[in-house]
Design a protein around this ligand. Structure first.
Ligand code: PLP
Length: 466
């Protein structure tokens, strides 16, 4: 289906906007709560990408994922610029597409010169069809199927070997040429983030145990089908500290020395992702520039100390690349006041389009799209519509009085929302639009309830007798 770019019903000229959030660091969207193009029109309504948010809600329905192209491109450019200015060798940022995998996002990051990391056949196909060159794709996963490995090899992407089974399965494929392999190992580094998104400590399902790395490298010396091109480690996600990334550089440089001493001409060092973002005012993540600078300087220094020729530096930002570009719009529905206890305000989405609050107790910032500056005289608990008491998007949210039909905007929802969405309660997944310069593109069609029955099979013997 071809869908053409449409002008917003009333495109708003950026010059006519009043600023909404005082953007802290123009080059580092991850330090801001709202997309870079956010502003207020003459009526005080929120505008992103030149489009009035509540107009988008009326036109495309709610819940609606809105993605700001300027923020997406701004973060991609910030990573490229920082790598070019702080790392003395060559470098490439790979977008961790698990954060939000779609053809449109792939096309934007590919056009900004980034690469991409994928973890399933679905993410691989999205990457290739979205225009990402295979030589800029790496394929991860702690339990890849043989079919996924075959697809990755056929596409010509770099495979990240996570365990012995990956190596055994790859060896069974008849390969026209050696597979480019990156070895993932657990670096044994602790960082302060939610335990579900911590991956670098030793008790992790990802990667080879560091004690096994030498045996793996020895084994691969005898495998003509393998070309060990890189080493990989990732310490976790939504990290605000810089020290763990410095520590990682030393651990990885030791591994690089080991691999090269054993005769593998390893060229790439991939330090993973992990830079955090601002979800609420009190969050204070480092800027993209500060993070890249820390990583780049630490890797360069660690290599110099060990007398190693500089590898190509790869990193895999996910959240920090897309989160701030995203705003989710909901319509306000029912209201329940429990005197002296709590007021619930329900919206038309919840844990199926944003599972982060119920999974990680994540916090968000939300406002009324048409009255973001009005006096927040109410304290409400923003509830989702799912049959689950824990389906709460935000607790103790300060809002102006809101009623049925008002449009609510939740900021910083561009990462790990759409990509983690489910059909719990058989609720269709939202549509997504990409906005920029007063233009809007539908980039994900809204699911329809009848489409959710597509994969159900009703056996003949269970069919109702008519
Ligand atoms: N790389 C790997 C291997 C990951 O597992 C993840 C996320 O968990 C990322 C990159 C992206 O991390 P983030 O979104 O925190 O940048």
């Amino acid at each position: 289906m071809t869908i053409t770019t449409a002008p917003a019903s009333a495109a708003v000229d950026a010059a006519a906007l009043r600023p909404y959030e005082a953007h802290r660091d123009g080059e580092s969207p991850n330090r801001n709560l709202t997309p870079l193009s956010t502003g207020l029109n003459a009526e005080g309504r929120l505008v992103v990408g030149g489009c009035v948010l509540s107009d988008l809600a009326r036109r495309y329905g709610t819940p609606l994922y809105v993605l700001d192209e300027a923020t997406l491109r701004g973060t991609a450019q910030a990573y490229r610029k920082a790598l070019a200015s702080h790392y003395p060798g060559s470098a490439l940022a790979l977008y961790a597409s698990k954060a939000n995998s779609s053809l449109a996002i792939t096309a934007v990051v590919a056009s900004e010169g980034l690469g991409l990391d994928a973890v399933s056949a679905g993410e691989l196909l999205t990457a290739v069809q979205g225009g990402m060159p295979p030589e800029r794709i790496v394929f991860h996963g702690n339990n890849k199927s043989l079919e996924e490995l075959r697809l990755a090899v056929d596409l010509g992407v770099t495979v990240v070997a996570d365990n012995w089974l990956d190596l055994e399965q790859l060896a069974t494929l008849s390969l026209a040429q050696p597979v480019r392999l990156m070895l993932r190992f657990t670096p044994g580094i602790e960082c302060h983030t939610h335990e579900y998104i911590r991956t670098g400590h030793l008790d992790s399902k990802f990667g080879f145990d560091p004690d096994q790395l030498e045996a793996v490298l020895q084994h691969l010396k005898g495998c003509a089908w393998a070309q060990v091109s890189g080493l990989h480690a990732h310490i976790g996600s939504q990290i605000f500290e810089l020290q763990p990334h410095r520590d990682l550089a030393g651990v990885m440089a030791d591994a690089l020395k080991l691999a090269r001493d054993l005769g593998h001409p390893v060229s790439d060092l991939n330090v993973g992702g992990g830079l955090g973002i601002r979800y609420v005012e009190s969050d204070d993540p480092p800027s993209i520039d500060a993070w890249v600078r820390t990583v780049a300087e630490a890797v360069a220094r660690a290599c110099e100390e060990r007398g190693l020729e500089l590898p190509r530096l790869l990193c895999e930002p996910g959240r920090s690349l897309v989160a701030t570009a995203g705003v989710t719009l909901y319509s306000v529905g029912s209201r329940k006041e429990i005197p002296g206890l709590r007021t619930y305000l329900s919206v038309d989405g919840g844990m199926s389009d944003n599972p982060r609050p119920i999974t990680y107790q994540s916090l968000y910032t939300a406002v009324l799209a048409d009255r973001p500056e009005a006096d927040p005289t109410d304290t409400v608990t923003l509830a989702g519509k799912h049959c689950e008491s824990g389906d709460v998007l935000l607790k103790d949210l300060q809002l102006p009085p809101a009623s049925h039909g008002d449009v609510l905007a939740v900021f910083a929802t561009g990462a790990y929302n759409a990509s983690m969405a489910s059909n719990y309660n058989r609720i269709p997944r939202p549509a997504a639009v990409l906005v920029g310069d007063g233009l809007v593109d539908l980039v994900q069609r809204r699911e329809q309830p009848e489409e959710l029955l597509r994969y159900d099979v009703l056996p003949e013997r269970l069919r109702p007798v008519t």
